[in-house]
Design a protein around this ligand. Structure first.
Ligand SMILES: Nc1ncnc2c1ncn2[C@@H]1O[C@H](COP(=O)(O)OP(=O)(O)OP(=O)(O)O)[C@@H](O)[C@H]1O
Length: 255
């Protein structure tokens, strides 16, 4: 389980996260929503301890992340960053094996378990046969899937995803979120596509200007009123005939 309690973070003279409290129950997928610049990436980075909060606390399975060693935290939590890239001339399997770093017994050799975890992770993102391809020859969507494979190979208890469906075609967007949901890993995912969030997330947390303005089941939170308030858009929200989950149809802006 992930808990975030009273987290504040400033940049210059303003708060970019202002008293943020939220939780991701064990095994659930929580969508972190909100418009550009509302603080989603900053919050994910604080949970991954790439940035520190000025106030507040983050715990993973009961332990304050500030007290965990880098290796212990890396064994527990994997972050798929928004603009993950590498300039190194690596093959796909070498990138995926980077996810094994916190588990390695030897700095120099991959164990059978490392190789098995990496090969399995590549298959799960639908990239069998890509192991020996060079990273720089991959398309944007293929790179995104390799990065997810790296995070899965890390075998984390907590998965932090920053816009994981970026660059992916609709088939792979659905496949990725289905995969994440079925993996049963405690996951906090920043998402811009509200229909995908509604389809896959157990609950959603909506940030606006660094504050939590709504949290709960997608059907409770994703109302026309909230979409107008937070995103400034007009939309109809209907219940899916089979799942009951919200389906959003946007209206073009009035000219
Ligand atoms: N180092 C920094 N210095 C100044 N401002 C910053 C810094 N880091 C983030 N910000 C600002 O904090 C706010 C939150 O940024 P953040 O990247 O967390 O937003 P986001 O919700 O992930 O946005 P997006 O949906 O566009 O990716 C933005 O206004 C951003 O410009």
């Amino acid at each position: 389980m992930l808990t975030v309690t009273g987290v504040c973070r400033s940049a210059g003279a303003r708060w970019i996260l202002d008293d943020v409290t939220c939780a991701v129950p064990a095994g659930s997928l929580v969508g972190l929503l909100g418009p550009n610049g509302c603080g989603k990436t900053t919050l994910l980075r604080i949970v991954a301890r790439l940035a520190a909060p000025e106030v507040g606390r983050v715990t993973v399975d009961g332990d304050d992340v500030a007290t965990l060693s880098r290796t212990t935290l890396a064994r527990r939590a994997a972050l798929l960053a928004q603009h993950a890239d590498t300039d190194l001339d690596l093959t796909v399997i070498e990138v995926v094996l980077l996810g094994r770093t916190p588990h390695r017994r030897s700095r120099w050799a991959d164990s059978a378990a490392d190789s098995a975890a990496a090969t399995d992770a590549l298959a799960r993102v639908d990239l069998d046969g890509y192991a020996d391809r060079r990273w720089h020859t991959l398309s944007g969507g293929e790179r995104q899937r390799v990065h997810l494979a790296r995070a899965l190979a890390q075998q984390p208890r907590l998965l932090l995803l920053d816009e994981p469906t970026n660059h992916l075609d609709i088939g792979h967007q659905l496949h990725l979120l289905h995969l994440v949901r079925r993996a049963g890993i405690t996951t906090l995912a920043a998402l811009h596509d509200l229909n995908l969030a509604a389809m896959f997330c157990d609950t959603v947390v909506v940030l606006a200007a660094g504050q939590v303005v709504a949290a709960g089941a997608p059907a409770e939170v994703l109302t026309p009123h909230l979409l107008a308030d937070v995103y400034g858009v007009h939309a109809d929200v209907a219940a899916h005939p089979t799942t009951g989950r919200p389906v959003i149809t946007y209206h073009p802006p009035a000219s």
